[in-house]
Design a protein around this ligand. Structure first.
Ligand code: S3P
Length: 441
């Protein structure tokens, strides 16, 4: 079976109501917290993608029973000390940075060395950023070339609390240290640049010993050793990052309208919406509610008449970090020059995404000026491609694949986009929703 997609036609106008799959960040965190809970936790709408299934495989290897039936996932937690550690344990985080990094915080007290491996993309990502702070608790790490997977974690029973300053805006680093703090006597203090706060909200909902003081630019987090995690039933809301593909498809086309149901619009995740609004797109939240600390809403979006360029405030970078490839497409169609800076973190994702953003734009004839951490995009409101475009060898970065599909459906030309199976890491039914939008107006 061919593993590439050919797109030769632009999408025609649509007016639809859709639902995308469960939030990936929350799904992985739910699996990890539930694996340490006392009793059976159940989740509905858990994202059934490779990243989340990798988390499930890992907790199973640590001796936790998991059942999936009738679209409900049940995790049979055995308490905070319930993992079964064996000698020569090897755990595979596959493509998931979130899983690989958060896991290290959870394994900080393992009595035996544990080897962590990942796929080709994950094996090129920096793990020193988490092993450094976790070493300060008293665990030891052996990393490949001092920075990468495969790594071996050697836990310790004599952990000391730490003071940690998280400066990158990385929720993965922050969360790994929170997990470490939850396993350590004494108070661990984290000063963290603002980033997605699902771990903190889950701790709060579960009454775990964690407090957060929100300062203007930083959060001050204090964590103490946990005694027990109650079982956690969760109805996972839809993922804003998966919704973003359809928001941008609507923004790049004319006369389209979309309602995306039940999305997690946690304020630390909605940078893409703030940016699209600044560029002239009308977006509204409907039926807003709070669920277990998370803000949920239906998102309504209407195609704009024209798109304004943006000088993007770097204060929005962390909130929009997974959506920049898409945002660059919007800038490509804007009427003027857009500028994005302080984006070095983008090159630390599943592929070097700032580079891939530039490559895709250049392939569609858009001029860019790029540095290691910034991109200037010379927009053209009248892009109408006739040429052939091939997208391949992008380390199977799911977001490169899906962004290319959105570009193909919006800008014309004949696209050949390789490695279709890359969507399985985060959004297996992406193409099904695309086909539904393509079917009729
Ligand atoms: C995530 C945090 C972000 C994000 C990733 C998911 C999380 O990574 O890019 O897709 O769930 O904590 P960083 O922490 O590296 O910024």
């Amino acid at each position: 079976m061919t593993n590439k997609i050919i797109i030769k036609n632009k999408i025609t106008k649509f007016k639809k109501k859709i639902e995308v799959s469960g939030d990936k960040s929350l799904s992985i965190r739910w699996v990890l917290f539930s694996s340490l809970a006392s009793g059976v936790s159940k989740a509905k709408n858990l994202l059934m993608s490779e990243d989340v299934l990798a988390a499930i495989e890992i907790i199973k290897k640590l001796g936790i029973k998991v059942k999936i039936r009738n679209k409900i996932c049940e995790i049979y937690g055995k308490g905070i000390n319930g993992y079964v550690f064996r000698k020569n344990l090897k755990l595979n985080a596959k493509n998931s940075g979130t899983l690989g990094r958060l896991l290290l915080g959870l394994l900080i007290d393992s009595p035996y060395p544990i080897k962590i491996i990942g796929d080709k993309s994950l094996s090129q990502r920096d793990f020193k950023r988490v092993s450094d702070p976790l070493s300060n608790f008293g665990a030891n790490f052996k990393l490949s070339k001092k920075k990468y997977l495969p790594l071996t974690i050697m836990g310790s029973k004599k952990l000391n609390p730490i003071n940690y300053f998280e400066k990158k805006g990385s929720a993965q680093c922050k969360s790994a240290v929170i997990f470490g703090g939850l396993k350590t006597n004494g108070t661990t203090t984290i000063k963290a640049k603002k980033s997605r706060n699902h771990t903190e909200l889950l701790c709060k909902y579960l009454n775990l010993p964690l407090t957060v003081i929100n300062k203007k630019k930083y959060d001050l987090i204090k964590v103490n050793k946990m005694k027990k995690i109650n079982r956690l039933n969760y109805n996972i809301p839809s993922d804003i990052s998966s919704s973003a593909f359809f928001l941008v498809l609507t923004a790049l086309n004319s006369n389209c309208e979309l309602l995306i149901k039940n999305v997690n619009v946690n304020p630390s995740r909605i940078g893409v919406i703030t940016i699209l609004k600044k560029m002239g797109v009308k977006i509204q939240f409907k039926n807003q509610k709070i669920y277990k600390g998370e803000k949920i809403a239906d998102i309504k979006i209407v195609s704009p008449k024209f798109l304004k360029p943006i000088n993007c405030p770097p204060s929005l970078n962390t909130e929009a970090i997974d959506e920049f490839l898409l945002i660059f497409l919007v800038a490509a169609k804007a009427n003027g020059i857009s500028y994005f800076k302080d984006l070095a973190e983008l090159n630390h994702k599943e592929s070097p995404r700032l580079k891939w953003g530039e490559k895709i734009l250049n392939k569609i004839g858009i001029k860019t000026i790029t540095t290691d951490n910034s991109i200037k995009i010379f927009g053209n409101p009248n892009i109408n491609l006739k040429n052939k475009i091939i997208i391949k060898n992008y380390l199977k970065d799911h977001r490169v694949f899906m962004t290319s599909i959105i570009a193909a459906l919006s800008f014309g030309g004949e696209w050949s986009i390789h490695d279709k199976d890359s969507i399985n890491t985060s959004f297996p039914n992406f193409l099904k929703i695309i086909n539904n939008l393509r079917k009729n107006a």
